[in-house]
Design a protein around this ligand. Structure first.
Ligand code: SAM
Ligand code: SF4
Length: 344
């Protein structure tokens, strides 16, 4: 198959969607232990030999960008800042060109710990945007929730992203009943005052111990109801393939006008518009966070498969992408890998 033929078909699936957004997990390890994501003792980490090297990551990203129509690349984990070669991986990704002849849009999802020290090098390497995960502004609650007392470090990281000019700065918050519901309004005010884009996320059944329970999940409608009591909200444009439905927030004496998003992954799934494909730290392709099958790209890569062979494997796997995640349907069960091991 020629490069041109591959680029024309791209990463299509049987439900008419085309994937343009690649999420790459750079490690399954993390320096925090957020209770909704990891058990206190951590997880059995991937053996180092199984984790893709920096060159292997760049090789597979380059196949996706050059041959398969991927235009956006997001590095995540685990905690991607734990990856020493991150800036080099970003720089090599920034040198690629998409089917439109442009560099891919490169972003990072991080817990923000240690970000302040790394952000300038990352920005110079070609990083375009950063999402920082922050579930509370209360130091004690943060320490309990993340099982590490790192809130000041995260806040310095966020300020660093702003200082480096990587805008819009995005903040992700998972809302958990009985844990951080009281943080919804303070977090919104904090972000609006600084011009950060805050997105509240419904908790998904991807945590440790398979302890998720729909009835105790805080649904988007409830988050919006709380926000609506404190802010003047107007629905922004329709979200397209973006997971967050955004709301425009009118200015007040406490904050400027801004935007807040709500990601209703469970109660209003965006699967029909999903444009994502995922690569795990050990080089397995996943078509969905909730997929039960994976395609090993690491073995063929290490055995010398050509780029076109790798692209063909990727395309074939993508054709089988499920129509939706099926949370709430009778046959649903959580995938074996948890969020940190898949790459959130
Ligand atoms: N360590 C980085 C971080 O925390 O941003 C990147 C990886 S983390 C798995 C990516 C995102 O997934 C974070 O925003 C986190 O809050 C979110 N997340 C983790 N477990 C989740 C769950 N069970 N439901 C919803 N979001 C979850
Ligand atoms: Fe680590 Fe991110 Fe999971 Fe928290 S959500 S434990 S920071 S991977």
């Amino acid at each position: 198959m020629t490069a041109t033929a591959l680029a024309v078909t791209g990463l299509r699936d049987a439900h008419g969607r085309t994937a343009r957004d690649l999420r790459v997990s750079l490690t399954d390890r993390c320096n925090l232990r957020c209770s909704y994501c990891m058990p206190a003792e951590g997880l059995p980490w991937l053996p180092t030999a199984d984790v893709l090297t920096d060159d292997e990551v760049v090789h597979l990203v380059s196949v996706a960008v050059r041959l398969l129509g991927v235009r956006k690349v997001r590095f995540t984990g685990g905690e991607p800042l734990l990856r020493r070669g991150l800036a080099g991986i970003v720089a090599s990704t920034a040198r690629l060109r998409t089917d439109e002849g442009l560099p891919p849009e490169i972003s990072l999802t991080t817990n923000g710990v240690g970000l302040e020290r790394r952000i300038h090098e990352l920005a110079e390497s070609g990083l375009n945007r950063v999402n920082v995960s922050l579930d509370t502004l209360d130091r004690e609650r943060y320490a309990a929730l993340a099982r590490r007392d790192r809130l000041p470090d995260v806040l310095r990281g966020l300020a660093g992203v702003e200082a480096a000019g990587l805008r819009p700065v995005k903040v992700n918050t998972v809302v958990m009943r009985g844990v951080n519901e009281a943080d919804v309004v303070p977090l919104a005010e904090f972000c609006l005052a600084r011009g950060y884009r805050l997105r509240f996320i419904e908790q998904m059944p991807l945590g440790p111990e398979h302890g998720w329970d729909r009835s105790s999940m805080v649904p988007a409608a409830e988050i919006l109801e709380v926000l609506g009591r404190h802010f003047k909200l107007t629905l922004a444009e329709q979200r397209g393939s973006a997971p967050a439905q955004e709301w425009l927030v009118a200015a007040s004496e406490r904050h400027r006008a801004g935007r807040i998003g709500v990601i209703a992954s469970v109660t209003a799934p965006f699967c029909a518009a999903c444009d994502r494909t995922r690569l795990t730290a050990d080089g397995h392709l996943r078509t969905c966070l909730f997929a039960h099958t994976e395609t090993d790209l690491r073995t063929p890569l290490r055995e010398g498969a050509t780029d076109h062979e790798l692209a063909a494997l990727w395309q074939a796997a993508h054709l089988g992408k499920a129509a939706g995640h099926g949370i709430g349907t009778p046959g649903f069960h959580q995938p074996a890998r948890t969020m940190s091991a898949i790459g959130g």
